[in-house]
Write a protein that binds this ligand. Structure first.
Ligand code: C2E
Ligand code: CA
Ligand code: CA
Length: 749
């Protein structure tokens, strides 16, 4: 089950947190459009309001122009009235002197009524008096026509100018047909208009008078185009208007905080506010989106982590090949079951199934078939399981079944059934394999027994079952544990001894019966523990093999043996041959030949002096690889001996493949010589056969004279045994060899 990786690391998360929120381009565009729309609305509102205000202003100005025109008319009428009154007064009482006339005139010139000039003319229009009495401005003749005969009337002299407007009044004293005198007056209309305007109009209002006939300006300035205007016709002399009174105000004169301006400013403010608000909303949205994205990513990450945790938990608790729970999970489950069913302690049983040929299957057929066989076995076991049972794979070759529903006897019966199920042919990738198993059964007989103890018991029982050939279902017993414990203790101390270089080598001489000379020595490993107990080399070698230390031990033995032998050579007392035992395990090391040859080289021992002792098994198993190693050794000059001959295949047929030099008859055939006929026959046959093949024969473990005699009698030439010499330490050997005079001549050859 592959582990999935998490996608978000801590830097990613920090970068999300730190990232400034930039509004999207689209959002900016939308905000700009909205602001633009508001601005357009503002402008159109502003324009409308300005137009309306202009209209209102113009209406107002029109009204004011009208009232101004009325006022001016009234003002002029007041002058006309005054003039008429003056005329009628004069008519009633014609002044005889200038001063009388002047007094009358003065009485009628006041604040509101003001004539620029007044005249008194004779019937022939010759001006007699005028007021004010300024000669330079005094006309000679009454200057204008008199219209009508009664009321005073303005006689417009000159429309171009508002100055020198005249009124004339005939004065009758005798008859009504011919006037006797004339009263005339001159008015400066412009002055009156200015005067009135200063009273009537506001400072920001301007007055312009156009001539109604051709529209040219007769008073005031031409108003600018953008100015609001109010107009009204003004009639001063006749029936139709002679003037157009125009009132106007400059845009500058408008109040700054007018409605359009307020609308304009408000529009701008609203645009800015809306823009800012939308921008903030967008940023807020972005932040929320980013936040949401972060939350989603974190949630994904959490989910992924949970997945990974689950996967890790699964991996930590399951065997990757069969997906069954592993040892760890099994122990937890047992403990859990124990906690849950305290009362059911008695029925808690473990069945440990040890597929004991699985390593061979691997070696022979490869790991794929090895795996297929294991998965098939796992399926078979699962099919056997009742619902409440639990199956785990605790190591490469071990399956363990937990049952809570069986009595001890039932568990044993069930275990046998399991064995039958497992030991059926498996067909894997075109190969048929027959798995075999040993089964150990353990019960929880003690309520204080922890889970691991129960599992250990099942393992021990399975281990015991593995050593049996038949009835390979074993129920755990306490004695097994003690035995196993002892074994483990020994293993432990031996391992320590091997690693701590506490071992030593003894040498057992081999004797030539013909010459009574020592012809060789066999190196035998020894170890004495701290308590003085001698541990058998068999145990040492087996322990080293079981614990993977054999190579290390073998190298040590080879080196040490050659070192001692080199010393004997130096001392001049070395026997012709040194025999070194090499176990089948050591032979699996493809560098063995090199190791031996290098050691020989290093210690400068002639290869012809070295013999390697091997059991029959080594010759037969792994024929090809071993053959190569053996040939390398023999080609270098090393001789080979078959050790323990007769205990294995007892066939010399294979010898043709190997350059073997010596056969060593196993001690078990020598023991009961010469009484045991079978052994005697075997020994004779071996010696005869060896003779034919030109091999030397060494009889091992000769303890008695009778044995020796018999062996000598049947043609055995070489003897190794306590009758002559036991295995001894190197010092003792040196002493022996030095005393052993017949031997001397071999020392340097
Ligand atoms: P092996 O190679 O057959 O060694 C001969 C064994 O017989 C030795 O036992 C030796 O002490 C014993 N023996 C010799 N003569 C007599 C006798 O007259 N009477 C009796 N009762 N025993 C006798 P040891 O030393 O206990 O070795 C046992 C086995 O351990 C050896 O059997 C050999 O297979 C293995 N072994 C010993 N040393 C080494 C070693 O250095 N390397 C390897 N690979 N195996 C070794
Ligand atoms: Ca031997
Ligand atoms: Ca032997």
């Amino acid at each position: 089950m592959p582990l999935q990786r998490t996608t978000l690391n801590i830097d990613d998360r920090l970068s999300i947190a730190k990232r400034p929120f930039r509004p999207r381009g689209r959002a900016i565009l939308v905000i700009a459009l909205i602001c633009f729309a508001i601005l357009i609305a503002t402008f159109s509102l502003f324009n409308t309001a300005q137009e309306q205000q202009r209209l209102r202003t113009e209406q107002l100005l029109s009204v004011e122009a009208k009232s101004f025109a009325d006022a001016l008319t009234r003002h002029m009428n007041a002058h006309l009235n005054e003039f008429s009154v003056l005329a009628s007064e004069i008519e009633k009482n014609i002044p005889s002197t200038y001063s009388t006339w002047q007094a009358l005139v003065l009485a009628h010139q006041g604040n509101d009524v003001h004539f620029q000039a007044l005249f008194w003319a004779e019937s022939d229009r010759t001006i007699r008096w005028h007021y004010p009495q300024n000669d330079s401005e005094k006309p000679e003749q009454f200057p204008f026509d008199v219209l009508g005969d009664g009321n005073a009337q303005l006689l417009r002299m000159d429309v171009e100018s508002l100055h020198d407007w005249h009124i004339a009044h005939p004065i009758y004293t005798q008859n009504r047909n011919t006037p006797n005198y004339y009263l005339g007056g001159t008015l400066d209309i412009a002055e009156h208009i200015s005067h009135l305007a200063s009273d009537y109009l506001d400072t920001f209002q301007k007055l312009t008078l156009y001539a109604a006939s051709d529209g040219h300006v007769v008073f005031g300035d031409i108003p600018p185009n953008e100015a609001a205007t109010g107009q009204v016709g003004l009639t001063l002399t006749g029936a139709s208007p002679e003037f157009i009174v125009t009132l106007w105000s400059t845009p500058d004169s408008e109040h700054f905080l007018s409605l359009p301006m307020l609308i304009y400013i408000s529009g701008l403010v609203v645009t800015i506010l809306v823009g800012i608000a939308l921008y903030l909303i967008e940023i807020n949205l972005m932040a929320r989106k980013a936040e949401q994205a972060t939350i989603t990513r974190l949630q994904n990450e959490i989910a992924q982590r949970k997945d990974v945790e689950n996967q890790l938990h699964f991996i930590a608790n399951h065997d990757p090949l069969t997906y069954l729970p592993n040892r760890h999970a099994l122990l937890n489950h047992i403990q859990h079951t124990i906690n849950k069913t305290l009362s059911a302690t008695r029925t808690l049983s473990l069945i440990c199934i040890d597929i004991d040929n699985i390593k061979e299957i691997n070696d022979l057929h490869g790991y794929r078939i090895h795996d297929d066989v294991l998965t098939t076995v796992a399926k078979r076991l699962q099919n056997l399981l009742p619902p409440q049972a639990y199956l785990a794979r605790t190591s490469d070759e071990h399956f363990v079944m937990l049952r809570t529903d069986l009595s001890p006897l039932e568990a044993e019966v069930h275990a046998k059934q399991v064995r039958l199920t497992v030991e059926k042919e498996c067909h894997a990738q075109g190969v048929t394999v027959l798995p075999s198993c040993a089964i150990g059964v353990a019960y929880r007989y003690d309520t204080s027994m922890p889970a691991h103890e129960l599992l250990r018991h099942a393992d021990t029982a399975a281990h015991r079952a593995r050593q049996l050939v038949h009835h390979r279902v074993v129920v755990f017993q306490m004695a097994m544990r003690d035995h196993l414990q002892q074994k483990r203790d020994i293993e432990y101390t031996i391992r320590k001894a091997i690693q701590g270089n506490e071992l030593m080598l003894h040498f057992q001489p081999q004797v030539d019966l013909k010459t009574q000379r020592i012809v060789g020595i066999e190196a035998l490993v020894r170890w004495q523990d701290e308590g003085g107990t001698i541990i058998s080399p068999d145990t040492i070698v087996r322990t080293a093999e079981d614990t993977g230390l054999m190579q290390q031990l073998g190298n040590w033995i080879i080196n040490k043996a050659l070192e001692h032998y080199a010393m004997l050579l130096t001392e001049g007392c070395a026997p012709p041959m040194l025999a070194i035992n090499v176990s089948g395990h050591e032979f699996q090391d493809s560098f063995l030949a090199d190791t031996i040859l290098q050691a020989i080289e290093r210690h400068q021992v002639p290869a012809e002096r070295v013999q390697i002792e091997l059991t029959e098994q080594v010759f037969i198993e792994n024929l090809e690889q071993n053959q190569q190693t053996l040939h390398t050794l023999t080609e270098a000059g090393i001789s080979l001996a078959i050790d323990d001959f007769g205990t294995g295949y007892s066939s010399l047929a294979y010898l043709k493949h190997f350059p073997v030099d010596t056969v060593k008859i196993d001690r078990s055939f020598i023991d009961q010589l010469p009484e045991c006929k079978d052994d005697a026959v075997i020994c004779q046959a071996v010696i005869g056969m060896a003779d034919l093949l030109g091999l030397k024969v060494v009889a091992e473990g000769v303890e008695h004279q009778a044995q020796k005699d018999y062996l000598a009698q049947i043609g055995c030439r070489y003897i190794q045994g306590h009758l002559y010499y036991p295995a001894m330490g190197v010092d003792q050997l040196l002493t022996l060899l030095k005393q052993h005079t017949p031997y001397q001549r071999y020392s340097n050859s």
